[in-house]
Design a protein around this ligand. Sequence first.
Ligand SMILES: NC(=O)c1ccc[n+]([C@@H]2O[C@H](COP(=O)([O-])OP(=O)(O)OC[C@H]3O[C@@H](n4cnc5c(N)ncnc54)[C@H](O)[C@@H]3O)[C@@H](O)[C@H]2O)c1
Length: 277
Amino acid sequence: MRNKILEGKKGIIFGALDDKSIAWKVAEHAHREGAEFVLTNAPIALRMGSINKLAETTNSKVIPADATSMEDLRGLYKEAMEHLGGKLDFVLHSIGMSVNVRKGKKYYEQNHEWTMKGYDVSSLSFHKTLQVAWELDALNEWGSVLGLSYIAAQRVFHSYNDMADNKAVLESIARSFGYHYGKRKNVRVNTISQSPTQTTAGSGVSGFDGFYRFANDLSPLGNASAEDCANYCVVLFSDYTKKVTMQNLFHDGGFSFMGISEDVMNTYMQGIKNSND
Ligand SMILES: NC(=O)c1ccc[n+]([C@@H]2O[C@H](COP(=O)([O-])OP(=O)(O)OC[C@H]3O[C@@H](n4cnc5c(N)ncnc54)[C@H](O)[C@@H]3O)[C@@H](O)[C@H]2O)c1
């Protein structure tokens, strides 16, 4: 059921690479709920991905921007406001990348130049996005800015690597900027801590299939899909969540509060039995 809860809202959606991307689903759902927006991604990703297809189905413009470049971000916000005919109501930051993860370097043997690159892309770009919006006064009162996180910011997931640190900083930026933007303009800033999701970035993490299945077996509601996440983002962009800010919101089928579940215990005990046979 669609209620057009984003009717009249304008925004920017970062990070739709292909139809598996969480940002792709958010764009589709936001469009159905009546929002107008600009899609953006790094120039290289635009060449590799299929974003133009999404632009057609959602009737939106694509504006390239490297989210680590303040100059690109300024150009993006100015062009987006010109195209949409006014200030913005929502921004989705759905960006993540670790060079160490990509190149198979373990947490304890990082190439720190790569670490800095991943930090810039995955964490600092969130701050840059907010700072450019602030400088240009690009967000309307009661606007909503969202980043996407993962529970490795709080707990250890053995192969999530430097992305765990990047997510911890991302969540901290949401709190700190959330304070300043809330005081200045009643703008909300939050992160959603999403279940493992089968996307290009997700599947790049070593052992992803194990994380995915374990989380699904542990969570009473099972993993949240990209579609589920899109629905949650829509609600957080809407006026129904005006007083939610500076939060890291777990969207994970209950995973974050679980210790052990029957399914996980059965699988574990079966593994022990098999290895003893
Ligand atoms: N997939 C999961 O399991 C999962 C779980 C929790 C959180 N997340 C987070 O969700 C977000 C979206 O990831 P996804 O799973 O949809 O994967 P994805 O690979 O589809 O999206 C990542 C996006 O980041 C973009 N990007 C990379 N460098 C950029 C740059 N310099 N400038 C602009 N954009 C850049 C990529 O082009 C891509 O579109 C990420 O923050 C990710 O960490 C994913």
